[in-house]
Design a protein around this ligand. Sequence first.
Ligand code: 26M
Length: 818
Amino acid sequence: LATAPVAGPPTSVDGFVKEFLRELNFGQGVTLAQSTVNDQYLALARTVRHYLMARWLETSRRQFEQQTKGVAYLSAEYLLGRQLGNALLATDLTEVVEDGLRSLGIDLATLRSQEVEPGLGNGGLGRLAACFIDSLATMGVPCIGYGIRYEYGIFRQTFVDDQQVEQPDGWLALGAPWEFPHPEQAQLIGFGGHTETYDDEGVTRTRWVPAWDVKALPYNYMVPGYLNGRVNTLRLWRAVATDAFDLKIFNAGDFEEAVRSQTFAENISKVLYPEDSTPQGKELRLQQQYFFVAASIKNFVYDVLPEGFDLHELPERIIFQLNDTHPVIGVPELMRVLVDEKKMDWDEAWAITKQCFAYTCHTLLPEALEVWSVDLLGRLLPRHLEIIYRINDEFLAEVREKFGDDELRIRRMSIIQEYPARAVRMAYLATVAGAKVNGVAELHSQLLREKVLPDFDEFYPGKFTNVTNGVTPRRFLRLANPALSELITETIGVGWITDLERLRELEPYAEDEEFRARFAAIKAHNKRRANAVLLERDGFTVPDDHMVDVMVKRLHEYKRQLLKVLHIVTLYDRIVSGEVAAADVTPRTFIFGAKAAAGYAMAKRIIHLINAVGSTVNADPRVEGRLKVLFPPNYNVTLAEKVIPAADLSEQISLAGKEASGTGNMKFALNGALTIGTDDGANVEIRELVGDENFFLFGMSEPEVQALQDAGYRPSAFYESDPTLRRAIDLIASGAFSGGDRSTFEPVVSNLLHQDRFMVLADFASYIAEQDRVDVAYGDQEQWTRSAILNVARTGFFSSDRSMVDYIDRIWHTPPVR
Ligand code: 26M
């Protein structure tokens, strides 16, 4: 009886209504008549929680009893998206709730729109973590996700005079119905101070004496599996001041200082850093990293593992998966726990630690590789720095043993970088400590081995592997695209939702005229739905007869939003110069979504330019409404779920060799958009699967990029020799999009002409030629729809369920599922 959880409420409409009204009355403290939409949303969320609770308790209990190996996913970011729709889907309650609410005069869709999404991530890396924990729950793999409960998630983007302005994202302000704080499981996390040695019955040991500490409070979130009665846990940590911290100061009579120090401690989980590729070496960021990783390891070792667990068996019980280098400080932390706290022998502890971590790399850009100055690290985490030094000494000794005294190689491979400043290379530490290192798409993994870490690949045969990213079909197909989901299910049954390769069974229907008509009607329906959302949100309209051409992703020069702008300017120029009659232009609506890191000046200028080009093009009567540029602010998961299903064309146009994988590319293909893309990241695998004839490829390949780089790239040569390109750039430079002011976009133009790190100009001609082919192809709607259907049918590979199977087989070796 003590371990049997109370069953959830009855799943009848009546049962639901009773429970909902109870929550409204007793939880929110209002009557139905008094209640606001927010009251109703909160009561509904809590009601849905009740249905999940028994399964959650049961899943946790069984995981504890079974003693099987599980995964601890360590990620500084989880870009979850709204929870309500997914919880209803996972419990099959959508209809019951819809009917029940209707009987009370409440519209479910209205309550769903009330939810503020937890935006606890920047982009691809954070969304990937959210997809992975969804898949693990659905597949019944024991997993705890560990991360940070930021009080402010990714900033809310607004535009003022066409330029980005950041607003704080106070996602908790209206209530947080999905979280369960567990203050009794709080952990103390130390910082600063010094280390000292002491004699422990004849053995000399080291201990760390921190100067200050903060309390880490866990907040648990349910991660429901799809219709399988399982609910895994996401545990996010919040920093609060320790009582001792402020009491000491308070007792010393300094009330103000006591309050200030409290704020200081609580700053650690205050806000998500909005950079998504350029680490700045900020002290608070390192505090965040150590804070959540130390709390997670403590939680696992002291609270999740049964009492008296023999830590020599740790590798049989857990694998800590490092989502990029952000949690790598967990490596010296586990060593510190084993050696200093558990008094284990160093070699033994290192043998265990090496088996407990695996590292996923998400980038190739050199400036994105994290390094922490020895100065800062030594000040904040003195014991960890000592441990890192010893790991490095022993590692370099092994390198010497294998390769001899090759000083150049030693310097290249050292975990400690000497120039421009002494610093710890976190990717190297992760590679040395990780049992496996993986890239996130075939091309990326290959380049990682050959270009970023070749010495390590040689030193550690078999350590490097690939796991191509995936996306959850529950959120990005079933929930985001109900109409297409319905058609698919009607055609091939429901199995696809948890076995996405079954979409293959749709292939023959590409030749079925009636199926094509229904498929095309669904795309049109999704465009109207996106139109309704954009109209209500931003006052935008998407004309019914336009091709919808979408580029949504973080703003970064390597992703080349500028190339897209140059295409739009070229189409505009063709019309206004009279080269082409507006009536002969394929009508297109371009939709952009992109946030720029607050300190990334060039990215912000590019946002300004997109908005400026949009304002000019949209207002010019000569265009006759045949080109439209829409840039809804604050692109997030919620908007993605509306825009992606409406897209005809997916823009994946990064410079070859720069986008590790991309995951938006997968979401678009699965929703029946055709891709125009470079041979980069997972685009390569998408094209292989859908077939060349169903993919618009352009641009240099990675080896061609390398060759051009080696030969000496001169962007101005392309400007001088290509009149189309020259006209587009000149038009921007002329002030045509900035009220005649030539200075506004001068930095963008001169950067393109004289630097162009990501070779926009070199790929321009190829891009325009391929876009012209897109226009022609779109003219044959039957053929286009055939291709779109084949894109859906052939991209089942990109389910994050498959990614999880690959992680299990190649990296985790957790027990097989099903
Ligand atoms: C680092 C330091 C300080 C603040 C933030 C960061 C940081 C945060 C996120 C650095 C990188 C971050 O994310 C990188 C990222 O999102 N990479 C993307 O990962 C996706 C999932 O694997 C891939 O699909 C994308 O190609 C890759 O760009």
